[in-house]
Write a protein that binds this ligand. Structure first.
Ligand code: NAD
Length: 314
């Protein structure tokens, strides 16, 4: 292969950094407008239950993003012997705290703390990462609610990069409630024809080969190789894995790059957009809660407005 043809085959790199900067700039303005109107800055509480190094790093990144836009990030660590009751009491306190607009809880929870502890307690109006069944229900029915941020980021990268989604065959690998399943629903909303693959999928390679858009969220480094892909596919790699001290996705970037027309890098793809979108959720929560407190709209604005491609088409 000549140098020229190799260069010609290079896929478009769908970088999250510039998109995230754009979103953060918008949020910065929104924070200033909010502060001018209500006299305080919205707060995001990041709850850490017990200690777990990798997710602590992720949560520290979120707190850093808060600082860059002027949102008040508050780290809430529940240390020592953690019981469901202690976590519940902490969440109830945050639910009642008028300076906290959004709450996220470190996942996975330690053994012995059921997820229901969070789902049953967290105020859905502060559930800015869309884990509460109310928000999941709104999303599924095509209303806005709070979307699970990582899934939203994966689709937002495509939309903001001008990648056509409508009518295309999209394959999602992974069906978790936080990434795969919501990503499939969001792609469906964009009128893609969606297939969801998981650990019980009979012939993963055959499904992947059909994809015009491939979104991978499995948590397995190297699961997808270039030889499995259809030429020209657009690849969104949500996976974050540490291999020999390096962050890598679920897709073998090098071989996939020889076949794909566009691909997200890891790191630097979905991750930064996820963090930035989370800040937009904090702001939306803040405006809605402040309006309700001051006798304005009683329901979150977006919950009243179906998204354009929402519940309508069948
Ligand atoms: P999970 O373990 O809850 O779910 C993984 C899913 O992948 C499951 O539904 C499973 O059925 C499927 N899967 C696993 N191995 C498979 C295989 N060999 N073939 C087919 N399907 C397979 O994980 P998750 O929480 O959904 O996260 C997925 C990945 O995304 C992880 O690497 C995680 O670190 C990453 N993640 C990234 C961000 C971000 O901001 N970029 C945020 C959250 C999670």
């Amino acid at each position: 292969m000549t140098a020229a043809s190799a260069a010609a085959r290079k896929p478009r790199l769908l970088e999250g950094g510039p998109i995230a900067s754009e979103i953060r700039a918008m949020v910065r303005g929104d924070v200033a407008a909010f502060q001018e109107r209500y006299g305080y800055v919205p707060g995001l509480a990041v709850v850490i239950v017990g200690r777990d190094a990798p997710s602590t790093v992720y949560l520290q990144q979120i707190l850093r993003s808060c600082r860059t836009v002027g949102v008040e990030g508050r780290l809430v660590e529940i240390e020592g012997e953690v019981s469901p009751g202690r976590l519940r009491r902490q969440l109830m306190e945050l639910n009642e705290d008028p300076l906290i607009s959004g709450v996220i809880v470190q996942m996975p929870l330690p053994p012995g703390i059921p997820l229901a502890t969070v789902l049953d307690t967290l105020d859905p109006r502060k559930d800015i990462d869309g884990i509460h069944p109310r928000n999941a229900g709104l999303m599924t029915l095509g209303y806005e609610g709070f979307l699970p941020t990582t899934a939203q980021a994966a689709v937002e990268i495509l939309k903001r990069s001008g990648i056509e989604i409508a009518g295309r065959r999209a394959v999602v690998i992974g069906r978790s409630n936080v990434v795969g399943k919501p990503a499939a629903i969001l792609l469906l909303r964009e009128n893609a024809t969606v297939t969801v693959c998981h650990t019980r999928t009979r012939d993963l390679e055959r499904e992947v080969k059909r994809a015009e858009i491939l979104l991978v969220a499995a948590g397995h480094p190297g699961l997808i190789r270039g030889d499995m892909l259809r030429r020209g596919v657009v690849v969104v790699d949500v996976g974050i894995n540490v291999v020999e001290g390096r962050l890598v996705g679920d897709v073998d970037f090098e071989s996939a790059s020889r076949v794909a027309s566009a691909i997200t890098p890891v790191p630097g793809g979905v991750g930064p957009v996820t963090n930035a979108l989370l800040l937009t959720h904090v702001m939306r929560a803040a405006w809605d809660q402040a309006a309700t407190e001051s006798g304005g709209a009683a329901l979150p604005r977006a919950a009243l407005e179906p998204v354009p491609s929402g519940p309508g088409p069948s």
